[in-house]
Ligand binder design. Structure first.
Ligand code: NDP
Length: 329
């Protein structure tokens, strides 16, 4: 079976040489373990941080060891009474064609109403991130004007749509291309702009003339600075990601206007989705209903084959995806 290992730690932007495809023999299953044939895997921005040798909320990937991350697949052998052969499952050992795990490390998924890849995106970690970030972290209220960056991505596209459904007065998104901007308007955003079109602060002023109450930050840097400038008194920022700096080798200068947070009495709150697992059930229930009712549109960009996974990851950080980037195996 094949797996992708980390060949070297990227300096700045990752390249194909930082990854290596290996063929290995599968060991025998131990008691209580299952063998999963992976059918799809996720590539996510947080994986870039794990490629650095630094302590963080998830341990770093190890050199010459397989990468990991969310994946879905079919159980093809089982030495557990609780997980039968044929079960469709979600688990944490992506970046490989087959995974061996203890049965309690896989979660059964229901693919009768949604595709299996939904569990990597809209019904999975990115979906929970959007939901928890808006409701619990930014404490969204009816009538709030909301701005989200990375708005055409997996998390961002859901943030904008959930905000609308929860009564936001105005939803503004930024993204990296004219096509993505058009897509955001189709998804029901009130305004959207391409952040390449001049200073973000100027574009945001046009898009949100009455200011914003909530900023869902996926990008950091200039976007965060522009949002701080535009936030109304007692505005709230859900600090979700800072993808503008994940591949930079220099510290980023912005936001230079952070002291505005004092007079405006802003709340800037960082969070990780893993700390909101207590909301997972509520989130899944509501999201499943929204999808069934056609109230949420789910975008996905697919790449095919394990060989394509490293490039899918690199392209994700360059904005090649609209919605969730997944690799089918
Ligand atoms: P996306 O699907 O949004 O993909 C990443 C996107 O980032 C790209 O498509 C690209 O879109 C955009 N991007 C890349 N570089 C820049 C840049 N310099 N400036 C602005 N946009 C850029 O990924 P996810 O939805 O999975 O993740 C979105 C963010 O949320 C990331 O920052 C991620 O780290 C964070 N996150 C945080 C979690 C948490 O628990 N805190 C959990 C999950 C995600 P474009 O074409 O628009 O540039």
């Amino acid at each position: 079976t094949r797996q992708v290992v980390l060949a070297s730690r990227p300096q700045g932007w990752p390249t194909g040489d930082d990854f290596r495809l290996e063929t290995v023999d599968l060991p025998e299953l131990a008691d209580g373990q299952v063998l999963v044939r992976n059918t799809a895997m996720s590539v996510d921005p947080y994986m870039r941080g794990r490629m650095n040798d630094v302590k963080s909320y998830v341990p770093p990937f190890q050199l010459d060891q397989p990468l990991d991350g969310a994946a879905v697949g079919e159980v093809v052998a089982s030495r557990s009474d609780s997980v039968p052969v044929g079960a469709r499952v979600l688990h944490g050992l992506g970046w490989r064609e087959h995974a061996i795990l203890p049965a309690d490390r896989v979660t059964a998924i229901d693919t009768s109403r949604v595709s299996e890849t939904a569990y990597l995106g809209v019904l999975g970690m990115p979906g929970l991130t959007a939901y928890a970030g808006l409701t619990a972290v930014a404490e969204l209220r009816e009538g709030d004007a909301v701005f989200v960056s990375g708005a055409a991505g997996a998390v961002g596209s859901l943030v904008g749509q959930i905000a609308r459904l929860m009564g936001a007065s105005r939803v503004v998104g930024s993204a990296g291309s004219p096509d993505k901007v058009r897509r955001l308007l189709d998804l029901g955003f009130d305004a959207a702009f391409d952040y390449h079109d001049g200073p973000v602060a100027d574009r945001l002023r046009e898009a949100a003339p009455d200011g914003i109450d909530v900023y869902f930050d996926n990008v950091g840097g200039e976007h965060l600075e522009a949002a701080i400038g535009r936030l109304n008194v007692q505005g709230r920022v859900a600090m979700c990601g800072a993808i503008a700096q994940y591949n930079s080798t220099e510290p980023t200068p912005a936001p230079r206007n952070l002291a505005l947070a004092i007079g405006k009495q802003l709340t800037l709150r960082g969070f990780i989705a893993g700390s909101y697992s207590h909301l997972a059930e509520e989130f899944r229930g509501r999201m499943t209903e929204w999808i069934a009712a056609g109230e949420i549109s789910v975008d996905e960009t697919r790449r095919e084959g394990l060989d394509a996974a490293p490039q899918a990851f690199i392209d994700l950080m360059r904005g090649a995806n609209t919605g969730k980037m997944v690799v089918t195996l």
